[in-house]
Design a protein around this ligand. Structure first.
Ligand code: ADP
Ligand code: G6P
Length: 467
């Protein structure tokens, strides 16, 4: 494969974020680090095997970066000014669409100037995609930040095959119709030939809304547009590079790191583990409360058990995220300060992201994985944990409101709003017989390995290229 950047590509991914972020340290040195979130985790291996171009923002305001070649594909940066970051990214994308699409767990904020910026930035992404796509190319647009790009791009380049995949849930019409620009958002995404959602409920929510547009008919996963086009709407549950994850977790380097980590944690007999972006959709407040109460009541013995929780910094300038960070600091501090042991705290909490190797080592030492989002499109953490567990002696506690719950049916399911129910499920999972645990873990592992990221990408792209 050529190491120089190609003028045009026959396969393009367009996402708000590039897979790597440029970071400038205080002394002015610049470096690249992996971008946060499940979108990048899922699409990186797809691009590494298919090649092509990835169009996206380098992660900091006012960054001007030339296109470059990376890991077998081209990176085409799209700059955002500080005002774009404030209005398009932190504003409309993450304080309007994100809460609205996550069942309004936080109150969505509507501002007209944010909407104007959203439209303008979506135009910019569409223009770059139009310039970089070969005649008849396949362009795969990702996620809610670029909801308007499919129609904008179609107007510029009707020759392209355009796919759109939403990584987060699509809400019921009862919530979506609060959106002042609801018609524009639905029409914008209908510019695609194929629209993919994480699970079937999102497909029916979307079709109910599409049918309300004038002269549009939609049923059985197909939308007939007034201009004669047909748009296919279907569920494609996303996944992970399961083999890559398992191999990483079983590499000598990771196994050695796992041993070291267990020692650093004081060699407890049981390790509970959670890892999330610090996002209110992840249900961290209730998770920490439930586990705190179990320590307090001594159902979990702080001399024997440690709860390790990692939280990746995310969207730190958005108000709800700042409040969440303070709340978790307070909750964890309160629980740890009540512990009688001076040697060790019951909760080991770190606000940081870690290298993939360290994360794999943490999955290796976790006896119980706790994944309790209030709402989540899929949740790849749950699948990563399952893929890493070659031994069958562990368990997964999983929220019924994560897309992953439709596939990992053998997990210990919880309603994350029900703190007592969550406590009961954690204890049940910990005290389960080895035979039952092994059966559950084997079944979940088969599901993840049979439906990995290649199956997901192949099924989406085959459908897109065949209709
Ligand atoms: P989301 O996309 O909402 O962040 P997912 O669970 O689908 O949620 O994906 C999160 C991805 O980010 C996973 O691949 C996970 O391994 C990774 N991740 C989450 N927290 C950390 C962390 N602290 N350090 C490194 N990787 C992390
Ligand atoms: C989720 C979203 C992605 C987003 C990621 C990280 O996975 O679906 O679109 O990139 O979170 O969020 P950020 O705001 O840092 O890009």
């Amino acid at each position: 494969m050529s190491e120089t950047v190609q003028e045009k590509a026959s396969f393009l991914v367009v996402a708000n974020r590039l897979p790597v972020d440029r970071v400038t340290s205080e002394d002015g040195t610049e470096s690249w680090r992996s971008s946060p979130g499940g979108l990048v985790t899922a699409l990186e291996p797809v691009m590494q095997s298919r090649g092509g171009a990835w169009i996206g923002w380098p992660g900091a305001p006012d960054e001007r970066v030339e296109p470059f070649h990376h890991d077998g594909y081209d990176i085409i940066p799209v700059p955002l000014s500080s005002q774009d970051v404030e209005r398009f990214y932190e504003g409309f994308s993450n304080a309007t669409l994100w809460p609205l699409f996550h069942d309004c767990i936080a109150e969505p904020v509507f501002h007209r100037e944010w909407w104007d910026a959203f439209r303008e930035v979506n135009q910019r992404f569409a223009r770059v995609a139009a310039e970089r796509a070969e005649q008849g190319a396949t362009v795969w647009i990702q996620d809610y930040q670029l909801h308007l790009v499919p129609q904008m791009l179609r107007e510029m380049r009707p020759d392209l095959r355009i796919g759109f995949f939403l990584h987060i849930p699509f809400p019921p019409p009862e919530l979506f119709t609060r959106m002042p620009w609801r018609k524009e958002l639905i029409e914008g995404v209908l510019g695609a030939d194929l629209i993919g959602f994480q699970f079937p409920g999102c497909v029916s929510n979307f079709l109910r809304l599409a049918r309300r547009l004038p002269d549009v008919e939609g049923a059985r996963g197909r939308v007939h547009m007034p201009d004669g086009r047909m748009v296919v709407v279907k569920a494609f549950p996303i996944s992970i590079d399961a083999v890559g994850m398992r191999n990483l977790a079983n590499s000598p380097q990771v196994l050695a790191e796992a041993q070291k980590l267990r020692q650093e944690l004081g060699d407890p007999s049981t390790i509970l583990f959670g890892v999330d972006r610090l996002d209110y959709s992840k249900g961290l407040r209730n998770r920490v409360r439930a586990i705190g109460e179990l320590f307090e009541s001594r159902d979990l013995d702080p001399e024997q058990v440690v709860f390790l929780q990692l939280a990746t910094p995310s969207r730190e300038r958005v108000k709800e995220y700042r409040m969440l960070r303070n709340d978790i600091d307070l909750l964890v501090g309160r629980i740890n300060s009540q512990s009688t042991s001076l040697a060790r705290s019951p909760i080991a909490y770190r606000y940081t992201s870690v290298p993939r190797e360290t994360l794999a080592a943490m999955y290796q030492i976790a006896d119980l994985m706790i994944v309790t989002p209030l709402r989540d499109g899929m949740n790849l953490v749950a699948k990563e944990y399952v893929a890493c567990r070659s031994r069958n002696d562990s368990a997964l506690v999983l929220s019924e409101f994560a897309g992953a719950a439709l596939e990992l049916r053998q997990a210990y399911m919880v309603n994350p709003y029900d703190i007592d129910g969550m406590k009961a499920s954690i204890l049940q999972a910990l005290h389960e017989s080895p035979r039952v645990k092994a059966r559950k873990m084997r079944a979940m592992r088969k599901q993840v390995f049979d439906h990995d990221i290649n199956v997901w990408a192949d099924s989406f792209l085959t459908e897109l290229e065949s209709n």
